[in-house]
Design a protein around this ligand. Structure first.
Ligand SMILES: [Ca+2]
Ligand SMILES: [Ca+2]
Ligand SMILES: [Ca+2]
Length: 433
């Protein structure tokens, strides 16, 4: 009698109407678990001895297997743990000086120099870079995009045309227009960095004079004119890059001060106030802001320096600092005033850094994973990682960097470490892509 019932069940399954068995049961129950002399058959209602519910080929730890998450097929021994490269391309050959930003629709924008310093703008469209010339020459561009998708680029103007000084190019009207932020002869402006307020208003910081100590100028466009003012009386290391970030209407700037410290300056209603965020032979400093201030700074030295990239924050109520990557040999060697760290905060307030490691001539990427900094080698294909720029969007860290050996401008996007131990070795997000 039971033979008849079994036959009816098998027919029922075979006719495929209403009796679907779990795929995991089909895939993994390869043993003769029913002691009926047949391996791997589908037995309705019978669970295999040790299931692989997510079908990744690994049975769960609970029944003696090694899958630490049997509900996620991407988690199992041997899985890649850490960021993964999801996109990469050569933007352009033979460039120098560049920046990256992402508009509200998620389109990646880059700006870069070609030839004798002609400025170009390109967007990434289905794996292809659509490039256009901005129509002017300059160097050291910094780019920002506002909530309406309008692109603004500040750069140092070229001599003899358009002349020395800080320029602003914007496509806000649909075509590129250029104008002076600061022309000579007020000192000698150079290496501007830009941040845009949510209303599109540009806020720019740049260095002036080549005499030590130089100084730092902040300006914004109010009442129809640029209104430059000195950020501080602490001076600034000659031709060192500074960073700017906005927190609502409050402007934050970080820079290396005249005593080689990392300085944090805030523009409140009463003007500028400055404080020392961290000491050391600081060569460059970059700032990002949420409810706290987050500064990345490089340690400049004439010899290879350990801990040449550090992080300072006032998150705890007072300034603390820590090494971002204790293995990095050198991040600070490209030349006068060039960007040494790509620096951004994600929506959770976690900082992310892109930088060049001269020890291995590679682009490195670092972020805080489970409370500690972790670094990854992203591109060691040539002498890569120079002039790193970084922006976060869509769960990815998008980076732009230069291969010094070939002159190629390179773009790469990686997944942000997810805090999951994907390979079940109890260490979290430890692998480079
Ligand atoms: Ca499994
Ligand atoms: Ca799994
Ligand atoms: Ca792991």
């Amino acid at each position: 009698m039971h033979i008849v019932i079994l036959a009816l069940l098998l027919v029922s399954c075979g006719e495929g109407g209403g009796h679907a068995l779990p795929d995991a049961l089909d895939a993994v129950d390869t043993a003769d678990t029913t002691a009926d002399g047949t391996d791997g058959e589908d037995i309705p209602g019978e669970e295999p001895v040790c299931p692989d519910h997510d079908g990744d080929g690994h049975t769960s730890i609970e029944c003696g297997g090694d899958d630490c998450d049997d509900g996620d097929p991407d988690v199992h021994p041997g899985a890649h743990d850490g960021p993964s490269i999801v996109d990469s391309s050569v933007v352009r050959d033979l460039t120098g000086g560049h920046d990256i930003a992402i508009d509200p629709s998620g389109t990646v924008h880059v700006v870069y120099l070609r030839g004798a310093g002609e400025l170009w703008h390109a967007t990434l469209d289905s794996g292809t870079w659509d490039a256009e010339t901005i129509g002017e020459s300059g160097y050291a561009p910094s780019m920002a995009i506002d909530s309406a998708g309008r692109v603004a680029v500040v750069y140092t103007g070229s001599v003899p045309s358009p002349g020395r000084g800080v320029r602003l190019a914007t496509n806000a009207t649909g075509a590129w227009t250029m104008g002076w932020v600061q022309s000579m002869p007020l000192d000698d402006p150079y290496y501007p960095e830009i941040a845009l307020a949510s209303d599109g208003m540009p806020h720019v910081v740049y260095g002036v004079t080549f005499d030590y100590p130089g100084n730092l100028v902040y300006t914004t466009f109010t009442s129809g004119a640029w209104a430059p003012e000195y950020v501080s009386d602490r001076g600034v290391v000659v031709c060192s890059p500074a960073g700017i970030a906005l927190d609502g209407g409050v402007v934050h700037v970080a820079y290396p001060g005249q005593d080689n410290e990392a300085v944090h300056a805030v523009r409140g209603t009463g003007g500028w106030t400055t404080e020392v965020a961290a000491g050391g032979e600081v060569g460059s400093a970059f700032v990002a802001v949420d409810s706290a201030v987050h500064i990345a700074y490089s340690i400049h030295s004439t010899v290879d320096a350990e801990e040449s990239l550090r992080y300072a924050t006032d998150e705890s109520g007072s300034w603390t600092d820590v090494s971002i990557d204790e293995d990095v040999v050198w991040v600070d060697d490209y030349g006068c005033g060039d960007r040494t760290v790509g620096w951004a905060l994600d929506a959770s307030g976690i900082p992310h850094a892109a930088f060049h490691d001269d020890g291995i001539q590679a682009l490195r990427y670092a972020t805080i994973v489970s409370g500690a900094w972790r670094s990854y080698t992203i591109d060691s294909s040539g002498d890569t990682g120079w002039l790193p720029a970084l922006v976060l969007a869509g769960g990815l860290a998008h980076m732009l960097h230069l291969d010094w050996a070939t002159g190629d401008l390179l773009y790469v996007a990686v997944t942000v470490p997810d805090g999951v131990d994907d390979d079940c070795d109890t260490e979290i997000d430890e692998d480079s892509p």
